[in-house]
Design a protein around this ligand. Structure first.
Ligand code: SAH
Length: 210
């Protein structure tokens, strides 16, 4: 469990990076990032850096998780799709601010570990699926919000089709070995509105499942 000081430092770095939503501060204080990291990187859980997790993947830096969460403009009515479960940390945070979170991970072993981590918390509104998230979840669509935590070269049209009108998609776009841009896409009656939210760096969105 994190100390009071570590939690205060986290909120401080969130504020510094422009995260003003106090609901996001308190949710991020209530979900301990150390519970989503194993091995010798666990003791670095409170540093604002991405860290390695199982299967050669990464857990994003806390301020990036917060930034994407804030960009989604969540409310308790939202049905959310996350592509790239990874550690399960981002999904746990989304679950506290949304009605239901569907999250897809292409690496089965990671999906399983994330499920175990989430079960330590009393969270009942997350559904984890092992599979190719670029196909979305047609049976659960449409979604109010869609978040990709792996970088695509462009917003996948299959996922845009599963976003409600009035909905928001947030995703990193760009080549995997270069700087990527975090994009917010609003789906309106008239089409898609794109907004750039700064530079980020994520692992690539890969086709198929492992
Ligand atoms: N949101 C995560 C961080 C994700 S790292 C967290 O909070 O820890 C990105 C993850 O996306 C990796 O685990 C990777 O395996 C997964 N991924 C990449 N392409 C995918 C795809 N097509 N479908 C589902 N998951 C994918």
């Amino acid at each position: 469990m994190s100390t009071v000081e570590e939690r205060a430092r986290l909120v401080f770095s969130l504020r510094q990076s422009g995260i003003t939503d106090i609901h996001i501060h308190s949710v991020m204080e209530s979900i301990d990032r150390a519970d989503f990291i194993d091995g010798h990187f666990k003791n670095r859980a409170y540093e604002d850096v991405p860290l390695p997790i199982e299967s050669g993947q990464t857990i994003s830096a806390p301020t990036i998780v917060a930034k994407m969460t804030q960009a989604l403009e969540l409310n308790k009515k939202c049905k959310v799709l996350e592509v790239g479960t990874g550690s399960g940390y981002q999904a746990a945070i989304l679950s506290k601010l949304a009605r239901r979170v569907y999250t897809i991970e292409r690496i089965k072993a990671l999906a399983k570990i994330a499920e175990q981590r989430i079960s330590q918390y009393n969270i009942t509104n997350i559904v984890i699926t092992a599979g190719d998230g670029s196909l979305g979840l047609p049976h659960q669509a449409p979604f109010d919000r869609i978040l990709l935590t792996a970088a695509a070269e462009d917003a996948p049209s299959t996922l845009l089709a599963q976003l409600k009108t009035g909905g928001i998609m947030v995703l990193p776009v760009g080549q995997s070995d270069a700087t990527q841009i975090l994009l917010r896409i609003r789906k309106t009656e008239d089409g898609l509105d794109y907004e750039e939210l700064g530079n980020v760096r994520f692992v690539p969105l890969l086709p198929g499942k492992e």
